[in-house]
Design a binder for this molecule. Structure first.
Ligand code: NAG
Ligand code: NAG
Ligand code: NAG
Length: 939
């Protein structure tokens, strides 16, 4: 304001200097002109600048003697006024500028303060995290120091290194008493040997007598399929067992006309040829004589070993009499009726409905068997034989009556084959002939809830090929075997397979209770038995490959030698010496203001810890439930948990209890993993196809994520990433792996660089917050055998067609799938996806370029019989940027409907199960005291 006041003063001084004498002269002019001028100028001034009018008036109105002013003075005055006005205006503009500048400064200071505040929070979080990280590192170090027993050093593979030396042969009278401890040389089979198996080439070392031959097809197939078995070795020096193929011994075609009874006179097997095998070692120890029946189910060749000196060799076949069979030593197998290998699901009908057209069926014919050669050692049993034959007659009469009774249950019994069975001619020691053809029997079996199978009439028979073949047929068609005389017989591989879960074993005397018993079994158990039967059939009986693998695995299992580790897929990086990624540091996202856990160096999940105990403690589950008895896995989702006190009493290594065991709310929670399993980390597994920027953004968001072991990116595009890409440095290793071809199945490649049990499978565009990821990880740790993730979907019954499923992604209070575009799952399932899913499913995924996530949900639910676990409120994941036209969306959905129905067909049922709950953290939406923190701020 100062300059304005100064100008005012100056003006007043000028006015007083005007002389009074001039006043009179100028009165007239002044009286007329002054008001005009003044008015003109004043109104101009007022108009030009409203905000200075007040000051201007106060000066211009000042002296009454203004009227006395002369014209020039007036002009000067007016000019003066204009000058003042101009300077005032410029002054004001100056001030306005300054004001604006100050405002800006204030703004920037406030912003700075805000930023500093955020930085403070951030630094505090970081500091907290570092503190936790340091603490965790200290714990890990202490652990390492305290542990005075180091991890078991890798034992060297220890194998035999000489061919078996010649020993005196076993007196024939001793053969019957052979057991593993007396007739098997364990010294050739160290625990770490890997169970090497040597196969005699059947063409090079024939062991059959003249006139007999091993079935040619079988010979080739066996040789070939055994070649796929990882235990096979070419080096006889290191072998643990030596396999001799006897196969199915067939009479040469020329000799068929010979008297049938004479078959038994010349045994098919030549004992001298056996003894001349180069590694027989005088007594045939550690030799396995493999006699697999394929076609001639009722032929005499059932037992090729009777009256042959087989020394200490283990006999493997499907016909045994109790005089020959040595329990725990010989092995009962199923005949090889299936294809050499590959998918077998097409052979099986759907498992539903539980109750089929017939409650019970039987098709067969008793043959009075006069040709049965009395075995010298059990000739006295002839009476017993007759007794049993009588009993069978009674049983048949009873069944015929049953079929006639007035009941809603339907039975189909054929005790005389129409048309007559071809097998009539060739009936051997077995006394039940099969009726009809393979396909006609199949039709009936597919309509049978239960199927009756008779144990051999002669009580000294432990098993016959025919019996095993009937079991095979029944399981293939989902008919539950009811074995009459089940207390007399033994089924294939019964040292490992729990047959009671598959078939009903009934003493003949219970025939009168049969109908009641079958009626008393509810649908759940019918389906459970049918499912179990199919599992056993598919895994152990269905193909030549499964039979051979099973034989090797059972023998290995007897010795408690661990299987060969599962194959992994070698991860080949897209980068090489000449092509290196450009790494850049990315700015930390300010979004993460919670300290969610320690930042640790990569820590791999411990692997292969149960090599020698898994088979002992969970052998049954391995063989009969979720397990894979053929291969060794680094870790299983079903590995047992320690009791919670064990952590504090000697077994605490690796555990990170919350608050060192005293628990705690959010603060303590964020500092330690807690839970029931030891510390671990997870791997992000990401499939990507030509969306480089989306991918890089996704990777950058993972920076600073606690418990992250590494990121593995499967590069599905045939083109390598462009060289200019700037890969964000996120503080954890990022591997970019070349895919052999563009397939969605690659999402689940069991790569050898996946070092943790926990796999976070994500789409390249999934936008998950850190707290969501870590909460999901913690929940997965409590449901290691399930899929734990974010996007929920379900399978809905199509009420219009009433015969199929629809895929549905609508909001719903029930879900049955969690998509693997954002889900945790156990690494084990990646192996199973490639090894256990039928090829048809992976082919379908390739055909549609869709549905791999549905397939994984089917697989996991099939194995666990549990639904997935949904975490947090995130329901759907739509990528904001990607173009998805309605029609594309529609095809996508149509394909997914089809996938569900196709997969159901392959599995034989729909394994998906519904769930109605989701997981949120424990203190979510709970009122807690102010000095306590929630587990997570937002979830
Ligand atoms: C268990 O087997 C795996 C795979 O063969 C091997 O790497 C590991 O060293 C074995 N562990 C022990 C303790 O023998
Ligand atoms: C390295 O990788 C690039 C891109 O995948 C490829 O073009 C180049 O031939 C590779 N060089 C070598 C030495 O393998
Ligand atoms: C999802 O919900 C919408 C609206 O309720 C409905 O129109 C649509 O048919 C539903 N989609 C499916 C697949 O059920």
């Amino acid at each position: 304001m100062l300059p304005l006041v100064e100008y005012g003063k100056e003006f007043c001084q000028k006015l007083t200097q005007i002389k009074l004498s001039r006043i009179v002269i100028m009165v007239f002019i002044i009286l007329i002109l002054t008001p005009l001028f003044t008015h003109f100028y004043l109104s101009n001034i007022e108009r030009s600048s409203n905000h200075i009018t007040h000051n201007a008036h106060s000066h211009i109105d000042l002296p009454e003697d203004l009227n006395a002013m002369k014209e020039p003075d007036l002009r000067i005055g007016v000019e003066e006024l204009i000058r003042i006005k101009g300077s005032v205006l410029s002054e004001l503009r100056d001030m306005e500028r300054k004001r604006q500048k100050l405002l800006l400064e204030i703004q920037s200071y406030t912003k700075n303060i805000e930023e500093l505040k955020q930085e403070l929070v951030h630094q505090q979080t970081n500091l907290n995290r570092l503190k936790i990280s340091v603490e965790q590192a200290e714990v890990a170090q202490r652990e390492a120091l305290q542990q005075n027993t180091p991890d078991l050093a890798l034992p060297k593979r220890l194998t035999a290194d000489e061919i078996p030396p010649i020993l005196p042969s076993l007196p024939p009278s001793q053969i019957k008493f052979c057991r593993m401890f007396s007739c098997f040389d364990h010294s050739r089979c160290s625990l770490t040997s890997g169970f090497p198996v040597y196969l005699y080439d059947p063409d090079q070392f024939p062991v059959m007598n003249d006139g007999w031959d091993v079935d040619g097809f079988l010979k080739t197939t066996l040789k070939q399929t055994l070649g796929y078995n990882p235990h096979l070795t070419n080096n006889p020096k290191e072998a643990c067992v030596f396999v001799v193929l006897v196969g199915e011994a067939l009479k040469d075609v020329d000799d068929v006309s010979e008297n049938v009874g004479n078959h038994l006179n010349l045994p098919p097997l030549d004992s001298n040829a056996l003894k001349q095998l180069p590694y027989w070692g005088g007594d045939g120890r550690n030799h396995v004589l493999l006699n697999l029946a394929r076609r001639d189910l009722t032929a005499v060749s059932g037992d090729v070993f009777s009256s042959v000196d087989t020394g200490k060799a283990i006999l493997v076949q499907s016909t045994f009499s109790s005089q020959v069979f040595r329990p725990g030593f010989d092995l009962i197998v199923s005949p090889v009726l299936g294809p050499p290998g590959g998918d077998v699901w097409q052979e099986c009908p759907q498992m539903l409905p539980a109750r089929r057209k017939y409650l019970l069926t039987f098709q067969g014919e008793v043959k009075s068997n006069n040709n049965r050669t009395p075995n010298p050692s059990h000739g006295d049993d002839a009476d017993l034989d007759r007794e049993h034959a009588e009993l069978d007659k009674f049983v048949i009469e009873h069944l015929k009556d049953l079929a006639k009774t007035n009941t809603a249950d339907k039975f189909l019994f054929e005790f005389e084959c129409v048309p007559a069975s071809d097998d009539n001619v060739n009936i051997g020691p077995q006394d039940w002939a099969l009726c009809g053809t393979d396909s006609s029997r199949r039709t009936v079996l597919r309509d049978s809830t239960f199927v009756l199978i008779f144990a051999p009439t002669f009580p000294d028979l432990v098993t016959t090929t025919l019996l095993q073949a009937r079991i095979y047929e029944a399981l293939r068609c989902g008919a539950i075997p009811v074995i009459l005389g089940g207390d007399q017989i033994q089924l294939a591989y019964d040292e490992v397979i729990q047959w009671r879960r598959v078939a009903i074993f009934l003493p003949r005397a219970r025939i009168t209770e049969l109908h009641f018993l079958l009626r008393a079994i509810p649908d759940e158990d019918v389906l459970l038995m049918r499912r179990q039967g199919r599992l056993v059939w598919e895994r152990y009986l269905a193909s030549v490959q499964s039979t051979l693998d099973t034989i090797v695995a059972v023998l290995r299992d007897r010795l408690n030698i661990p299987p060969i580790p599962i194959d992994t897929v070698a991860a080949i990086s897209v980068f090489n010496e000449t092509f290196q990624p450009i790494q850049v540091t990315v700015p930390v996202e300010t979004e993460q203001e919670e300290s969610l856990g320690p930042l640790e160096p990569p820590y791999n999940s411990p692997a292969f810890r149960r090599n020698y105990s898994l088979g002992l403690t969970q052998g049954h589950e391995m063989w009969n439930d979720w397990g894979d008895p053929f291969r060794l896995y680094p870790a299983l989702p079903t590995d047992p948990l320690l009791p919670s006190d064990a952590k504090f009493m000697g077994s605490g290594r690796g555990f990170r209890p919350i608050g060192q065991g005293q628990g705690g709310a959010g603060k303590e929670f964020s500092e330690a993993l807690g839970g029931n399993s030891p510390r671990e980390q997870f791997t992000v597994l990401l499939l990507t196809y030509e969306r480089e920027q989306v991918l890089l953004d996704s990777i950058a968001r993972l920076r600073g994520l606690p418990y992250l072991n590494s990121v593995v990116i499967v590069w599905n595009s045939p083109r390598p990433p462009s060289a200019e890409l700037r890969w964000p440095d996120i503080g954890a290793p990022v591997h970019v792996v070349k895919a052999a071809r563009n397939s969605l199945n690659n999402r689940f490649l069991p790569l050898d660089n996946l070092q943790t049990e926990a796999i976070l499978s994500v789409d390249d565009d999934a936008h998950l917050r850190h707290d969501e990821i870590l909460f999901g990880f913690r929940v997965w740790r409590e449901h290691r055998e399930r899929i734990v993730g974010f996007p929920g979907r379900y399978h809905a019954w199509d009420i219009n067609t009433q015969n199929s499923w629809l895929y549905n992604s609508n909001y719903s209070c029930e879900l049955s799938m969690v998509l693997t575009g954002a889900a945790f799952l156990h690494r084990h399932y990646l192996h199973l996806y490639w090894k256990w899913l039928p090829q048809a499913i992976r082919d379908k995924v390739d055909e549609y370029m869709n549905c791999e996530d549905i397939a994984m949900n089917f697989l996991v639910s099939h194995i666990t019989r549990l639904p997935p676990v949904k975490v947090t409120s995130r329901w759907t994941f739509r990528c904001p940027g990607c173009p998805q036209s309605l029609s594309e969306d529609d095809t996508h959905f149509q394909e997914r409907h089809k996938c569900i129905n196709f997969f159901s067909q392959v599995f034989g049922y729909t394994p998906l199960l519904n769930t109605q709950y989701r997981a949120d953290s424990i203190l979510f939406k709970t009122r807690i005291p102010h000095d306590k923190q929630k587990c997570f701020k937002f979830i």
